[in-house]
Design a protein around this ligand. Structure first.
Ligand code: SF4
Length: 203
């Protein structure tokens, strides 16, 4: 068994070179040459905003770790909210974002969290998002607090709890179960609670 297999994570890790921009319009066609030229110039100048004066890339690179109970998830809600800058991705509303890693925790107790951030960091990730499934599962992940301390300590990366807005159906059930009454939950939910209208869009 090779080192990656022993760690049990390599096959789960996907490097997705997905740049999600709210300012650059891709695939827009024009029959008018002037329109096309000005559109190109605009795109060039907008793209320049992705670089600082020193010429360093300012694209925010992020990785996502999902709860393994949804290990076949295709990432539909996470990617939609990243594109729309909703939920925990609202923080990037004025920035370019590149998703450089996407994987599962590897199953309870989340052994892949020990290694996956390292691969994400090698792809330039500064921030790891623990997907919204960590907080909405039945039960929620019991290791959220540990992971959110471990990753910064071991890899010097920021952790954000959540990805897409909490779907309304999960919100209602957890409210009825009083799952999120402990004070710590206020911090865990602050990026993804959003509002009812937004939660409904992710039902
Ligand atoms: S509950 Fe936590 S440790 Fe268990 S599979 Fe989900 S994210 Fe991983």
């Amino acid at each position: 068994m090779d080192d990656f297999s022993r760690r049990g994570f390599c096959k789960n890790v996907l490097a997705i070179p997905l740049i999600v921009s709210s300012s650059v319009v891709l695939g827009k066609c024009s029959n008018n040459r002037k329109d096309a030229e000005s559109s190109l110039k605009l795109s060039d100048s907008e793209l320049m905003t992705s670089y600082s004066e020193k010429g360093e890339s300012t694209v925010k690179k992020v990785g996502i770790i999902i709860c393994d109970r949804w290990n076949t998830c295709a990432g539909g809600k996470c990617l939609r909210s990243l594109r729309n800058r909703e939920g925990a991705f609202e923080r990037y509303k004025d920035e370019e974002v590149e998703l450089v890693g996407y994987t599962t925790c590897g199953g309870c107790p989340g052994g892949n969290v020990e290694y996956a951030p390292e691969e994400m960091k090698k792809n330039g990730a500064e921030i790891v998002h623990l997907a919204t499934g960590f907080v909405v599962g039945y039960p929620p992940c019991p290791y959220i607090e540990h992971f959110s301390k471990f990753i910064p300590e071991k890899y010097d990366m920021e952790v954000v709890i959540g990805t897409h807005p909490i779907p309304e159906k999960y919100y209602i059930t957890h409210q009825n179960l009083k799952t999120w009454e402990d004070p710590e939950w206020k911090e865990f939910l602050k990026e993804t609670l959003t509002d009812r209208e937004t939660r409904l869009k992710y039902n």
